[in-house]
Write a protein that binds this ligand. Structure first.
Ligand code: GLU
Length: 285
């Protein structure tokens, strides 16, 4: 069993939080709620808020979504101190400009013998570029390529070999103690893709560590991803941030909001006359 403690002892670091939207659609009220929580936790801790655009999914990213998210977050009343629009000492703040950082991480994992090339053509490899939200979790990989060897740069997918049977335990700041077992709750996961782009899990860990993030606030559907990421923090000897997972906002049918819920995007609601305050009141109700 592995217990993961955040921000190990020593001088408490100054709070650094982040908003990590993907410009693959317009933001909806569910995003706004999570981001609002992130911004408030940062404000209460008198910290610095970083805006990082996770724009690696080139097939879905569009310039209007990128412009839109800055506008929508600003309209909603959120304020950040570092980001693609205002710079900062931990930039660049667009993932598409940070590929060298990700390659370095890949190389470390490779040198340590922790990853292997996978030639299986599977949906999870296609999906690995984006964070796996509700109902998008990949099936446990059966391990067909586990003993395969290869060289980096050979246009092949790379998977991280998880320590089968090990429990990953951590205490979430919102949801309390969490426990997931490698090989049962999640399997070997993709860290790099044959199209020479990092998978979400590798990119997000690399960035949260390089940007000195002390607390990650995001949706509860990413709890399993946090377990995977803790394994990466561990083998890379990176400082582990705290995690605060927010409960998800559902629609009237009880379904999790997604970018398909066009009528619940911030811009549609704004055009219909809603104010940010009225939207926030709904959360309290
Ligand atoms: N860009 C990811 C998303 O929008 C963020 C996931 C995270 O906060 O780690 O789903």
């Amino acid at each position: 069993m592995r217990k993961f403690d955040s921000n190990q002892p020593g001088i408490p670091p100054t709070y650094r939080g982040r908003l990590a939207p993907s410009p693959t659609g317009y933001l909806h009220v569910g995003h706004a709620r999570t981001f609002w929580t992130a911004a408030n936790r940062c404000l209460n801790a008198q910290g610095t808020l970083v805006l990082r655009e996770e724009d690696l999914d080139f097939s879905r990213v569009r310039p209007e979504f990128s412009k839109g998210l800055l506008e929508d977050l600003g309209w909603f009343g959120l304020d950040w101190q570092e980001g693609p629009d205002c710079g900062g000492q931990f930039g660049p703040y667009l993932q598409s400009r940070r590929l060298d950082f990700y390659r370095e991480t890949l190389q470390i994992l490779f040198n340590k013998g922790l990853i292997y090339p996978c030639v299986c053509s599977r949906q999870d490899i296609i999906r690995s570029i984006a964070a796996p939200h509700a109902n998008e979790e990949e099936p446990i990989y059966p391990g067909s390529c586990r003993n395969r060897e290869g060289r980096i740069g050979t246009r092949v997918n790379w998977r991280f070999r998880v320590p089968d049977g090990d429990a990953v335990e951590f205490v979430d700041e919102n949801l309390g103690p969490q426990r997931f077992v490698a090989g049962i709750d999640f399997g070997d996961f993709v860290v790099w893709r044959a199209d020479d782009l990092p998978a979400y899990q590798l990119a997000v860990v690399t960035d949260d560590a390089a940007m000195g993030i002390t607390e990650v606030v995001r949706g509860a559907d990413l709890l399993l991803s946090t377990a995977r990421q803790l394994l990466l923090y561990n083998v890379l000897s990176l400082r582990i941030p705290r995690f605060y997972h927010c409960l998800l906002t559902k629609d009237e049918q009880g379904e999790k909001l997604s970018k398909r819920h066009n009528d619940l995007t911030l811009r549609v609601l704004r055009d219909r006359g809603w104010s940010p305050e009225q939207l926030r009141m709904k959360w309290v109700a």
